[in-house]
Design a protein around this ligand. Structure first.
Ligand code: GH3
Ligand code: MG
Ligand code: MG
Ligand code: MG
Ligand code: MG
Length: 312
């Protein structure tokens, strides 16, 4: 084979990465008590298509984080009576924000002081004064990187679907959206039938193929706005926004039929797998947990009454 042209390859990868980071619409929370400066940063970033929000009051910091869900935080070193180092520690205290990049915007050039700040949970320094164009470009790159990493953390590695805790959160969020906007949505729990037999008969790696195939089928057949997660081993959880129970039932029944018609090939043999599903209308419940339990109960009924199908 031809030897790899490393410089050329590196150049191609580089240009791809830059192209992709140019498309990222990042979200930046600016923690800055100088109102004029905060507004300047916000405007510069917003003009470049980046969503930016400023917080000047340390007491509002945690609420702003939860509401805005930024990709990165730009932190002043001194905010009122508080040091940025203290605020970084506060942010890191919450497990949810352990991996959130915190970047100090600072004129601190004493390496010892910088190290002290880094040791308290910040990730790096951006030296003030920073030019508008450098700010935009470096923020864009950092948001791109932050999103790559959070994708990696939030996605199940076998299927690329949302992990358990993330999809569970989506049920709760969807219920809140239903309340605000008045539309109706469904939650669906799916489970492969007799999957233990698939593993026992055809082997675990065949089982993995079956799981991945169902994940791809769901991705292909559902809408861009539907949310799909791998709830457990061979269990999937789907949130269907703005969808009546009747349409959800029809949709999932169709997917189940398509799935049951697939032939999985193992050496000279082939086999089929079916799935069972339980559906609940999110709106009928006062919290996401209850909606989930109802879908789970419906799934259980379906398993008891013969599998391969949908129960509401
Ligand atoms: P039922 O129709 O009642 O759902 O029966 P089942 O055999 O599908 O259910 P059970 O809960 O008894 O078994 C599920 C099996 O799924 C057991 C477990 O080894 C297997 N499993 C879980 N995660 C994975 C995975 O990532 N890959 C593979 N290949 N198998 C998995
Ligand atoms: Mg300040
Ligand atoms: Mg089971
Ligand atoms: Mg099963
Ligand atoms: Mg199961």
């Amino acid at each position: 084979p031809d030897p790899v042209d490393i410089p050329e390859l590196a150049e191609r990868i580089e240009s791809l990465a830059i192209e992709r980071s140019a498309n990222v619409q990042g979200r930046v929370l600016i923690v800055e008590d100088d109102a004029e400066l905060a507004e300047h940063y916000c405007l510069v970033l917003q003009a470049a298509g980046i969503e930016a929000q400023a917080v000047s009051e340390p007491l509002h910091l945690m609420a702003s984080l939860a509401d805005f869900e930024p990709d990165i935080v730009l932190m002043d070193v001194q905010i009122g009576d508080y040091s940025g180092v203290t605020l970084a520690r506060l942010i890191r205290f919450e497990p949810r924000w352990l991996s959130l990049p915190i970047i100090y915007l600072s004129s601190e050039d004493d390496p010892e002081n910088q190290l002290e700040a880094l040791s308290k949970g910040a990730d790096e320094f951006l030296m003030k004064p920073v030019s508008d164009s450098y700010l935009v470009r470096s923020v864009r790159i950092r948001c791109f990187r932050a999103r790559q990493l959070s994708e990696l953390m939030n996605r199940d590695s076998l299927t690329g679907l949302l992990k358990h805790s993330l999809i569970k959160e989506e049920v709760e969020k969807e219920l809140a959206r239903c309340r605000r906007s008045g539309y109706r949505s469904c939650v669906v729990m799916l489970d492969l039938d007799h999957f233990k037999t698939v593993n026992d008969t055809w082997g675990h790696s065949q089982g993995d193929i079956v799981i991945r195939t169902l994940a791809n089928l769901l991705r292909n057949r559902l809408r861009e706005t539907d949310m799909i997660g791998r709830y457990g081993g061979e269990e999937f959880l789907v949130v269907l926004p703005q969808c009546e129970v009747s349409s959800a039932t029809e949709l999932i029944r169709g997917i189940g039929e398509s799935f049951s018609e697939l032939s999985f090939v193992a050496g000279e043999s082939s086999y089929q797998v079916t799935l069972s599903a339980g559906i609940a209308a999110i709106n009928d419940f006062t919290n996401g947990e209850d909606a989930l339990n109802a879908a789970d109960q419906a799934l259980y009924e379906r398993k008891r009454s013969g599998r391969n199908g949908v129960t509401v």
